[in-house]
Every structure is written in structure tokens, then in C-alpha cells.
Design a protein around this ligand. Sequence first.
Ligand SMILES: [Zn+2]
Length: 122
Amino acid sequence: MHELGITQGIIDRAREAAVANGARKVEGVYLVMTPAADFTQDSIEMYFEMLTGEDEFFRGATLHVEHRPVAATCLSCSDEFSTDAPHPICPQCGSLMVQLDPEAPMVQLTDVDIDDGEDGPV
Ligand SMILES: [Zn+2]
């Protein structure tokens, strides 16, 4: 249920940002995911739908997920590289003892598309 809390946190932050910008409704939520995440885009999408299905403010909002690589360090040969795999293999020595950047965010809210009622028919 780890992803549920993470998704809830994203929704809370998106709602805050949208309200701060005078939104009537959220139309899109933009996320960046890295391989540091121990869950899949599918589970985020599933929980997003589950948590916003009954929520007028988020109804019909689209989730946009961009995947970004993350910095990794090989613990065997100290090679540093960037990877989009959750369990990468060192390109230098083939070791599986690779540590992903501990500072890398698993998933991050980057933008929110809102309907502020200022354009289009009401
Ligand atoms: Zn290595």
C-alpha cells in the first residue's frame, strides 16, 4: 500500500497547486518517475484513478508520466553511469552491486494543468 500513500501525496500537492492558481478543476497532472521508484507506472495510474474517481475536482484529469534515468554507482569498480533500470548491471564490470543515487526522487510532481474558467465556454 506504499504506492497508495505516494499517489495520495501527489494528488494533495496537485490540488494545493491548482487551488493556489485559482483552478476550478484539474485537467492534467505531470509526473516524473525514475528507476529509484519501487513500483510501476501502472500502479500509480491505478491508484490515481481510484483516489480521484469520486473527486469532482480531478474528474477526467489525465496523468502524464515521464521516465527519467537516474545516476548510479557501481559498488565493485566505482564506475558512475546513468540508468533507466531499477536493478542495473554495471556497464564497466558487469557487477550487480550497483547503488542508485539515494537523493534521486522516486516520483515527482512537475506540473498541473488547470481549468481556471477564463477560456472557453462555461
Ligand atoms: Zn562496475
